[in-house]
Design a protein around this ligand. Structure first.
Ligand SMILES: Cc1cc2nc3c(=O)[nH]c(=O)nc-3n(C[C@H](O)[C@H](O)[C@H](O)COP(=O)(O)OP(=O)(O)OC[C@H]3O[C@@H](n4cnc5c(N)ncnc54)[C@H](O)[C@@H]3O)c2cc1C
Length: 392
């Protein structure tokens, strides 16, 4: 089997990459190890509305809820609800991923489900990828370019020599239940902070309907033995949603941004979670996956068209253009995460109190930049300044 490009993983990153390559008229195989892109669900499904609207047009059936208020609850029980019109969508992620893969196929990509990408081989550049197909058995795909969009585990990239191995200090372990038979506000996303709820991370309630929600939490992977996520989450659910019925479970890891060293090796590009393109503070990665996939796809097209004289010239297009757009933001979230890791429950109480004060005479966050909020917090609580040095 010979293609211009082979993409491993039909998540948001892989499908976006494959769409770009196929639209330019090149042959591309899109391999997915599961029987359907988007399944099993492994996501809270929350995404910034403004950012996603700028990237693509969304069909209404891909959206479960539109969020316009955000509530934060501190460890001491202090609450703040901020009005943020159009803050986010809670997607129907299985349909969303399916739609992205459908678009890749409509553009001409060949989607191969139940097909696992194994390892790359070649001398000066990678020439073939060993695969295992459920239907056809073992095989080999040859291509001029390969793209690893195989998610957080990303064995294809790692076996090829990309240094994207993450250690326990560098990941959050996430666990989420789909709860039914509950009452939630379909326009409100909730975040709960504190050691007793989600040590070193947060707990979220993202509505799916007014009687259904994704309720999940993160725990720094180095702490999961001391603070088992399942125990913490069930305890919260028992108190908050005593009649809730668990209708689904999702778990997984989210990595932290590692800089540019993990995006390319020879003629292998790496995109999405596999390249650690994430918001290290919140763990959100859908938007970065879409955008890195798109840039990887555009770079692939330039390479396949013969616009670049050397494979190294790919770097000028990918990751550079993606990092020009999102590198600083991801690096900032990474530094904010370093601060977040140091915060105690008292600090969270202080921050929520400071936020309440800051928003007391403001109706919404519309028009406010993160820097303005940070400056406002420090004005109301100067002792928070001690953490600012960790930003650099
Ligand atoms: C519990 C949880 C909740 C989350 N909540 C949110 C959220 O609310 N908002 C947000 O923005 N982000 C969230 N994330 C992160 C988000 O899901 C990821 O950042 C995003 O899915 C990354 O997209 P991707 O395309 O890089 O990888 P993935 O979506 O992981 O896609 C990779 C694909 O590759 C396939 N694959 C893997 N290995 C192979 C192989 N060897 N061969 C063939 N196929 C392979 C997989 O089956 C998968 O379909 C959450 C993560 C977890 C674990």
């Amino acid at each position: 089997m010979r293609y211009d490009a082979v993409v491993v993983g039909a998540g948001p990153a892989g499908s976006s990459t494959a769409t770009e390559i196929a639209r330019a008229g090149f042959t591309v195989a899109l391999l997915e190890k599961h029987s359907q892109p988007g399944l099993p669900l492994c996501c809270g499904e929350a995404v910034s509305k403004g950012a996603l609207d700028r990237l693509m047009e969304l069909k209404p059936e891909l959206i479960s809820c539109t969020i316009d208020r955000i509530k934060v609850v501190s460890p001491g029980g202090m609450e703040i609800t901020v009005y943020h019109p159009g803050a986010g969508y809670i997607l129907n992620r299985p349909r969303f991923d399916f739609e992205l893969a459908r678009q890749a196929v409509a553009a001409g990509a060949e989607l191969m489900i139940e097909t696992i990408g194994l390892h790359l081989s070649g001398e000066t550049s990678f020439e073939s990828l060993a695969i295992e197909s459920r239907k056809e058995g073992p095989g080999k795909f040859e291509a001029r370019l390969f793209i690893a969009a195989d998610g957080v585990e990303s064995k294809v990239a790692r076996l090829a020599g990309i240094p994207n191995l993450v250690n326990a200090q560098e990941t959050e372990s996430l666990l989420q239940y789909r709860l039914k038979n509950i009452e939630v506000d379909p326009a409100l996303a909730e975040f709960h902070l504190g050691r007793n709820v989600a040590p070193s991370s947060y707990l979220w309630i993202f509505p799916k309907l007014d009687s259904e929600a994704n309720v999940g939490l993160g725990v720094s992977s180095r702490l999961t033995l001391r603070f088992p996520p399942e125990q913490l989450l069930l305890e919260f659910i028992r108190k908050r949603f005593p009649r809730g019925i668990i209708a689904g479970k999702a778990c997984g890891l989210v990595p932290r941004y590692q800089g540019e060293k993990v995006f390319r090796l020879k003629n292998l590009l790496v995109a999405g979670d596999a390249a650690r393109a994430d918001d290290s503070l919140s763990g959100a990665g859908i938007l970065y996956a879409l955008l890195s996939g798109k840039h990887a796809g555009m770079a692939a097209v330039a390479f396949l068209r013969g616009d670049l004289s050397r494979v190294e010239d790919l770097d000028e297009l990918y990751p550079k253009r993606f990092l020009d757009e999102k590198g600083e933001e991801m690096a900032l979230y990474r530094r904010l995460r370093n601060i977040y890791d140091r915060l105690s429950d008292d600090d969270f109480d202080e921050i929520v109190a400071a936020l309440s004060q800051f928003f007391a005479d403001r109706d919404s966050v519309t028009g406010l930049k993160p820097g303005q909020i940070l400056a406002g917090l420090i004005r109301t609580r100067p002792k928070l300044l001690k953490y600012v040095r960790h930003l650099w």
